[in-house]
Design a protein around this ligand. Structure first.
Ligand code: SAH
Ligand code: AVI
Length: 338
């Protein structure tokens, strides 16, 4: 019998995702303190080449804009990786085994893991992301779609996460790191990051990782300069997030998006170009910009199969298997400690 049929009044409070939280999801917040983030941001903006760490793209609006990017016709990485994961999920499951603890740094919407869950049947899934509200929403959505799945979401800066999150069940660790998010680190940082992940794996674990491949400059530059201008909005949104975190007064109308492939370094560089001479204030600190000066907001490194092998080996891993699409746009690899 429904509550109405029983004559009970309906609750007046709004139904939010929080009070609809299914039993199979827990959320812990290890997010860095505002003070630390403020210092990191200021120090980047005071360098000769001003820079902002790309993790600051991801407030809730940034995460939503990234989701829109993944659907753009020019942004081939997401759909290509999804095709590979769909086609080869059984082969990947042979490596991951069943009942592992599946940990995803930078999980975003947790869309891609859905392509693996039925074949891997993990004992727990641990989405980790810096974008707290988006993570919470995505974890609740996933848990309600997969009632058998134990979801343990952790809001954290994965680059500062020395040990695996506490309280995970026993069992083999598999780290799922799709999207070529590793490509947003400089190669030396990528090696250190992978080395650290190696400590989480114990003996028999592995890393299932997606890496974007080097290709023609025209395909790459189109992917980061889409016609609808969503990538430009994503880039500029970083300034709104910085204003919220630090109290700076960046005027987002006075910066424009610039992305190009640096062929020597094998990386897309994203910058924000100051369109006027201006001073941005942060309390007593004044940040001066000349017209045309840039803030470097992101690198997105592209690898050849050989150059990724060097990164993996330098971090102590052997590549056990690799999968790619027919056009060799994107690669997915299963790594184990060598
Ligand atoms: N894995 C998803 C999302 C990739 S986008 C996919 O393949 O589509 C990159 C994700 O990593 C974003 O959700 C962003 O919030 C998160 N992220 C970026 N830097 C991070 C950091 N330092 N710590 C934690 N999460 C981070
Ligand atoms: C998350 N990361 C791998 C994306 C990339 O392609 O480097 C972020 C992005 N930046 C612009 N478009 C997408």
């Amino acid at each position: 019998m429904t509550s109405q049929a029983k004559g009970l009044s309906m609750p007046e409070t709004a139904v939010t995702p929080q009070n609809l939280k299914p039993d199979n999801v827990v959320f812990s917040d290890l997010h860095p303190r505002v003070g630390n983030r403020r210092l990191e941001i200021i120090s980047g903006l005071q360098r000769e080449q001003k820079s902002i760490d790309p993790k600051y793209f991801y407030d809730i609006r940034g995460s939503e804009l990234f989701e829109q990017i993944t659907e753009l016709p020019e942004y081939y990485p997401t759909r290509t990786e999804r095709q590979i994961l769909t086609r080869d999920s059984q082969a990947m499951a042979q490596y991951c085994g069943q009942n592992c603890v599946l940990i995803e740094p930078g999980s975003g919407s947790s869309e891609k893991v859905r392509l693996l869950l039925d074949s891997i049947k993990p004992a727990a899934y641990v989405p980790m992301d810096i974008s707290a509200d988006f993570l919470k929403k995505s974890a609740i959505q996933l848990a309600s779609e997969y009632p058998w799945l134990n979801v343990q979401a952790v809001c954290t800066d994965f680059a500062a996460q020395e040990h695996e999150p506490e309280g995970l069940p026993e069992g083999k660790r598999v780290i799922f790191y799709p999207g070529s998010t590793l490509g947003n680190m400089k190669p030396a940082d990528a090696i250190d990051f992978l080395k650290n992940l190696g400590h989480w794996l114990k003996r028999d674990g592995g890393v299932l990782i997606g890496i974007d491949l080097h290709k023609s400059t025209s395909i790459l530059e189109a992917a980061y300069n889409d016609e609808q201008g969503i990538t430009a909005l994503f880039n500029i949104n970083v300034l709104s997030n910085i204003n919220n975190i630090t109290g700076t007064n960046f005027n987002t109308d006075q910066f424009s998006h610039h992305a190009f492939y640096n062929e020597e370094q094998y990386r897309i560089e994203m910058h924000l170009v100051s369109t006027v001479d201006q001073v941005v204030e942060l309390g007593d600190t004044k940040l001066r910009f000349t017209r045309g000066e840039t803030i470097h907001t992101e690198n997105s490194y592209k690898y050849t199969p050989e150059s990724f092998q060097v990164i993996a080996q330098s971090a102590g891993f052997a590549i056990r298997s690799s999968w790619s699409d027919e056009q060799k746009l994107f690669g997915v690899h299963y790594l184990e400690l060598d």
